[in-house]
Ligand binder design. Structure first.
Ligand code: CTP
Ligand code: MG
Length: 556
C-alpha cells in the first residue's frame, strides 16, 4: 500500500516543514484565541469550566426525533450546542446558554419511582428522558447520529496510515485519529463539574478541574480523566485589616500534616461519590499513594476517573505540557505517535507496574525536541526567563514559574520534518547513555544520574524526584531494543525505497506491526547475518577484481 513516488528521508530532510508549517497548533483547541492572542491555559480552563456548568447530560432513547427533543428542552432556555454519543445507551450532551435554564429543567424533572429499590435523593445534572408512547414515537425514527468517543482499531489505523503520502503525514493522520475531539473534551469538563457539585456539599467554594492528558494537548480518546479538587480558594485569607482593634479567624479542625488533611478530605468525598454520585461506580480510595486519590468509573461517559487534591504541581506540569503542545504542531504529532507505538508494543500499560508511562514518554520526546539544532522547543529555564510577575508560582517550596503567554515565545527556526524527527527519535534513544545520564527538560541537557534507577527523568518542578522511578531494567531494555529496531527499519526504508513491496505497511505503519517486537528478539541474529553478508560481498568483489587483473595482465 505504499504510494508511488514517496520522497526519501534524505530528500525530505532538505525540504521545509510543509504540512507541519500549515497545521494550526493545538488541534481542536486551535480556535482558542483572544483576538490575535492564543488563550492561556487558565483562560481555557475557566471558559470550559463555566461552559460545563451550563451543560446537562441526558440518557435518551437511540431512536428519538432530534427536532422534538431540542424543542422540548428549549422551553427551559436557549440551547448553545448539543450532540449525542453512545456509552451503555445513548446520551445527549446539551449546553444551555444560561445557567438558569438548568434550574428550570430540574423543576419539571421527577425523582424516579423505583419499585423494589430506593433512590438516593441526590439531584444532579444527569437525567433520563423516556418516550411517553415508545411504540408510536420510535417506530419510524432513525437512530440519532452519535459522535465517536473512542479510537479506531490499530489494524484499521495501520491501513489508513498506508494511504498517507509521507511519514510526516502518517504522524498527522495518527494524531487526527487519536486526539481528543471537541465533544470529548467538553464531556470531560462536564464530569468534573458534576463531581464538583458533590464536593460542594462540604466545600461550597471548591472547584474540580481536569489536569493531565485531558487538558495538556496530548490526550488520546479513551485516556483517563485526572481531576483536581481545588480547595485553595477556601484557604486563601483576605489581607488582614489594618484598622480596628481585632482580628477574626475561623476555628478549624487541625491535623498533623497537609497529607493527612488531603487523605481525610478525599476519604469523605470518595464516600459521597460512592453513595450519592449518579453513574459513579467501582469507587476505590487509594489514600496511601504518594499522591492520595479516589479512583472510580463514571459509567455514563465511560471515563476512568482519578480524583486528587493538593496536587497543584501536577496542574502546573499540565500547563507546561499544554504550552509545549501548542507551540509547534510537530510536538503533538511526534508525542502521539510515540505513545501509540509504545502502547502497541506493550512498553506502556494500563496496569500500574515497572512500565514506562505516557508522561515519561512525553518528557523524553520533549527533551529530544529541545536537543535538536536549532531546538524545536525551549527549555523550562528559558520559559522561566520569559515569565512576568504574574507568572510567578512557588508551590510548597518548588519553583513552578514559567511564562503562560504563548505569544511571548519565539517560534523555532527549525524546519526538520517529522520523517526525520521520528527516525532520529528512535536513533537517539536507542543509543542514549541511560546508565550514566538523566533526562532534564528544565535544562534541556543530559545530566549525571543522582541515583542508579535504570531510567532517570527529573521531575521538572519537584527536582529531587524521578518521574520514572518505577521503571525496571528489563522494561528499559525492551524500550531500547524496540527503538533500535525501529530506527533500523526507517533507515532501511530510506535507503531502499524501491525494493519494498507495495503491499507492505511502510513508515510509521510498519513500526506498529507486532512483528517489530518479535524481530527485536532476533535482532542479534540479524546483525550477524548482515555482517556475514557484508564479508561475502567483499570477498565477491575481491574475486571480481582479481579476475579482472588476471585478464588485464594477459592471464599471467
Ligand atoms: N504526574 C506527575 N508525576 C508523575 C506522574 C504524573 O507530575 N510521576 C502528573 C502529570 O502532570 C501528568 C498527570 O500527573 O500529566 C496525570 O498523570 P497520568 O494520568 O499518569 O498521565 P497523563 O499525562 O494524564 O497520561 P495518560 O494519558 O496516560 O493518562
Ligand atoms: Mg491521565
Amino acid at each position: 500500500c505504499r504510494p508511488p513516488g514517496r520522497p526519501r528521508l534524505s530528500q525530505v530532510r532538505l525540504s521545509s516543514t510543509g504540512a507541519a508549517a500549515q497545521r494550526a497548533p493545538g488541534g481542536e483547541e486551535a480556535d482558542s484565541k483572544v483576538g490575535t492572542r492564543k488563550k492561556t491555559f487558565p483562560e481555557v480552563q475557566a471558559e470550559r469550566l463555566e461552559q460545563a456548568q451550563r451543560t446537562v447530560l441526558i440518557n435518551c432513547p437511540a431512536k428519538i426525533s432530534e427536532k422534538k427533543f431540542l424543542k422540548y428542552l428549549s422551553h427551559h432556555g436557549k440551547i448553545n450546542s448539543h450532540y449525542f454519543y453512545e456509552s451503555y445507551g445513548t446520551y445527549a450532551v446539551v449546553e444551555f446558554s444560561e445557567k438558569d435554564s438548568i434550574a428550570s429543567l430540574q423543576d419539571v424533572t421527577r425523582t424516579p419511582g423505583v419499585e423494589e429499590e430506593c433512590a438516593v435523593p441526590f439531584k444532579s445534572r444527569l437525567f433520563t428522558l423516556t418516550l411517553k408512547n415508545p411504540s408510536t414515537q420510535a417506530a419510524d425514527q432513525a437512530p440519532v447520529h452519535c459522535h465517536k468517543q473512542s479510537t479506531i482499531l490499530v489494524s484499521d489505523l495501520v491501513q489508513k496510515l498506508c494511504s498517507a503520502d509521507s511519514v510526516s503525514n502518517q504522524l498527522y493522520t495518527l494524531m487526527d485519529e487519536y486526539q481528543l475531539t471537541e465533544e470529548n473534551t467538553k464531556l470531560r469538563f462536564l464530569v468534573c463539574s458534576l463531581i464538583q457539585e458533590i464536593a460542594c456539599a462540604y466545600f461550597p467554594e471548591c472547584t474540580v478541574k481536569p489536569f493531565g492528558s485531558s487538558v495538556n494537548t496530548f490526550g488520546k480518546l479513551g485516556c483517563d480523566l485526572d481531576m483536581f479538587l481545588d480547595l485553595d480558594e477556601i484557604g486563601r485569607s483576605p489581607t488582614r485589616a489594618k484598622t480596628g482593634p481585632f482580628y477574626m479567624e475561623y476555628q478549624m479542625k487541625r491535623v498533623p500534616s497537609q497529607r493527612i488533611a488531603s487523605q481525610r478530605i478525599l476519604s469523605v468525598i470518595g464516600d459521597c461519590i460512592d453513595n450519592f454520585g449518579p453513574g459513579c461506580v467501582g469507587v476505590q480510595k487509594i489514600l496511601n499513594a504518594r499522591c492520595p486519590l479516589v479512583r472510580f468509573s463514571h459509567q455514563p461517559t465511560g471515563f476512568q476517573c482519578d480524583l486528587t487534591t493538593n496536587n497543584r504541581v501536577a496542574m502546573r506540569s499540565s500547563e507546561l505540557l499544554y504550552i509545549y503542545g501548542s507551540l509547534d504542531s510537530r510536538v503533538r504529532a511526534l508525542v502521539f505517535s510515540v505513545r501509540c507505538w509504545a502502547r502497541v508494543h506493550g512498553i506502556t500499560s494500563t496496569i500500574p507496574g515497572p512500565w514506562i508511562t505516557n508522561f515519561s514518554l512525553t518528557m523524553m520526546a520533549l527533551f529530544f525536541l529541545q536537543k535538536r539544532t536549532p531546538p524545536i522547543i525551549p527549555t523550562l529555564d528559558q520559559l522561566k526567563d520569559l515569565a512576568d510577575a504574574e507568572d510567578k508560582h512557588v508551590v510548597e517550596g518548588h519553583d513552578c514559574t514559567f511564562a503562560s503567554n504563548l505569544n511571548k515565545i519565539k517560534p523555532t527556526e527549525n524546519t526538520e520534518t517529522l520523517d526525520v524527527l521520528l527516525s532520529d527519535f528512535f536513533e537517539y534513544f536507542g543509543n542514549f547513555a541511560f546508565k550514566k545520564n538523566s533526562i532534564n527538560i528544565r535544562k534541556g541537557k543530559e545530566q549525571n544520574k543522582p541515583e542508579p534507577s535504570p531510567l532517570y527523568i527529573q521531575n521538572p518542578f519537584e527536582q529531587a524526584l524521578n518521574i520514572s522511578k518505577n521503571v525496571n531494567q528489563s522494561q528499559l531494555d525492551r524500550f531500547v531494543a524496540l527503538a533500535r529496531e525501529c530506527a533500523w527499519i526507517l533507515q532501511q526504508e530510506d535507503k531502499d525505497n524501491s525494493s519494498l513491496s507495495n503491499s507492505q505497511p511502510w513508515g510509521l505503519a510498519a513500526l506498529l506491526l507486532p512483528s517489530v517486537a518479535s524481530n527485536c528478539v532476533k535482532g542479534k541474529k540479524r546483525k550477524r547475518v548482515q555482517a556475514s553478508e557484508r564479508i561475502k560481498s567483499l570477498l565477491d568483489s575481491l574475486k571480481i577484481n582479481n579476475a579482472n587483473s588476471l585478464v588485464n595482465n594477459g592471464g599471467k
